[in-house]
Design a protein around this ligand. Structure first.
Ligand SMILES: Cc1ncc(COP(=O)(O)O)c(C=O)c1O
Length: 480
């Protein structure tokens, strides 16, 4: 399958790389999002070709049908959901990983040592012990499944794995804040514990879960004959950026003998900054931690991580003793333990390279500056909104998330949710900027989450000006 003419593929490769670097270097000059046209969607529904095609033609299709219609998160005015921006160096690392085509499930080769090094750096960042174990995964959703699998195993080591949930001494119950991400519930569903085994504890939009309410709930469940086994702390809730009092949760878990897991999907990035890290106090006591590198650490998608304090329990949850997975002292089969011992996958890509390259190139301090800058930008935006008669802050801003409504001007008879939804759609469809939405106190709001190293103050000013303009436009249209 190798090309007959390597010089032609070399030429095409260089040209492609030039195009990609050109596109990325002026990304802010293009729309923040471009909808995929119907004819492109139709072409992307064609069946698989039976015959080979010229690579240059395939690249032409790629440049025509795929490249222009990206998610948009590489754009300076992408503020939707929680998406990282990526870096050119990380993208080049992906290219290298593609060329090397490593399988990092196991065996003895450089990629394994790179992932170990990266896991060590991350464990150190969060104050985890040097011998804690970890694994790079697709994202926090997957990391949460693996962490809660280890937590479940801790209930009756060995037995849980063999017999399933029936080996537990009672119905296992997990606790998390009202604002916890849905991935926690999904993990419990997948582990056969049932989504209803998750107790949602009331939370504040800034300080997160109420520790007193948590403890009461645990005691009540125990008295009812249930088996509380895990508390999931949230470091950066998806809707408002709330951070639970992790030290208080660690203390409750220690007193009640519960597993303490933390979802630090994006808030974990605060650990980079000496100024912001104290807000995560207590994270170092967690039994397990799930977080993303593809969010606020700007590693290109996808890259998440699970860290586990007890490497033996982690390994015992996933390792499998089979002849075809035998380890040796020498040769390719050396290098024990293998990453497949710490998760369900045997074949795994070289995710670690883009993490390694991003962290090596930019260094923790520069990444920290970006996190601090985004928090300052969010605070500035929140102040502008609070000072304006056109807007209304839907929740306090304590991190990088600003939730607000555009006020419906007097005289216009439009429902506020409908009004704000229309503003959001016009912003996105015109490619001006991409905030997303949230529901707070039963009302739809525009949600700006800034995890974007390309965003400048001017981008936020442009966003506010555009909303103001669309606001007038909708009202004029309605009153016309
Ligand atoms: C707080 C929180 N937890 C979990 C997730 C899920 O992470 P991922 O999309 O990487 O699976 C997100 C995603 O935004 C999140 O914000």
């Amino acid at each position: 399958m190798d090309p007959e003419d390597w010089s032609e593929v070399r030429r095409l490769g260089h040209e492609l790389l030039d195009d990609l670097i050109d596109q990325l270097s002026n990304v802010g000059e293009r729309p923040a999002w471009t909808p995929v046209p119907p004819q492109v969607k139709a072409r992307l529904e064609q069946p698989a070709a039976r015959l080979p095609a010229d690579f240059s033609d395939v690249l032409g299709e790629l440049k025509r049908d795929i490249l222009p219609y990206a998610t948009g998160n590489i754009h300076p005015r992408w503020f939707g959901w929680v998406h990282g921006t990526g870096t050119v160096e990380g993208a080049l690392a992906e290219l290298v990983a593609g060329f090397m085509n490593c399988n990092v499930g196991g065996r003895d080769h450089a990629a394994v040592y790179v992932e170990r090094q990266v896991i060590g750096w991350l464990a150190d960042l969060f104050g985890f012990p040097a011998d804690s174990s970890g694994l790079l995964v697709s994202g926090t959703s997957m990391a949460t499944i693996l962490a809660l699998a280890v937590a479940r195993e801790s209930v009756a080591p060995g037995e849980m794995r063999r017999k399933g949930n029936s080996a537990a001494p009672g119905q296992l119950v997990t606790y998390a804040s009202d604002g916890a991400h849905v991935s926690v519930r999904k993990a419990l569903e997948l582990l056969g514990l049932g989504g209803d085994s998750l107790r949602r504890v009331p939370a504040d939009p800034v300080s997160g879960l109420d520790p007193r309410a948590l403890e009461e709930r645990i005691e009540r469940d125990r008295e009812a004959g249930l088996h509380p086994f895990c508390v999931v702390g949230t470091a950066g809730s998806v809707t408002t950026g709330a951070i639970d009092d992790l030290a208080a949760l660690a203390d409750i878990c220690s007193r009640h003998g519960l597993w303490f897991h933390v979802d630090a999907a994006f808030g974990g990035a605060l650990a980079l900054s000496t100024r912001l890290a104290p807000r995560l106090a207590g994270i170092e006591s967690a039994d397990s931690l799930a977080f993303d590198l593809h969010k606020w650490l700007h590693v290109p998608y996808d890259a998440g991580c699970v860290l586990v304090r007890d490497p033996d329990l982690h390994r015992a949850t996933f390792s499998a003793d089979r002849d075809y997975l035998s380890r040796f002292e020498r040769g390719t089969g050396a290098g024990d333990p293998w990453f497949t011992d710490f998760g369900p996958e045997l074949s795994r890509g070289f995710r670690a390279l883009k993490v390694w390259v991003t962290l090596r190139t930019h260094g923790l301090d520069r990444l920290a500056e970006m996190v601090e800058k985004n928090c300052e930008q969010a605070a500035w935006l929140a102040r502008r909104i609070a000072d304006s008669e056109s807007f209304h802050l839907a929740a306090p801003t304590s991190l990088n998330v600003v939730c607000f409504q555009a006020e419906v001007p007097g005289g216009a008879s439009i429902d506020s949710d409908e009004f704000n939804r229309e503003i959001l759609m016009r912003l996105q469809e015109r490619g001006i900027a991409v905030p997303s939405s949230a529901e707070i106190d039963g009302r739809l709001c525009i949600r700006v989450a800034i995890t974007n190293h390309r965003t400048r103050r001017e981008d936020l000013e442009m966003l506010l000006d555009a909303i103001e303009e669309i606001r007038r436009e909708i009202v004029d249209g309605t009153l016309a």
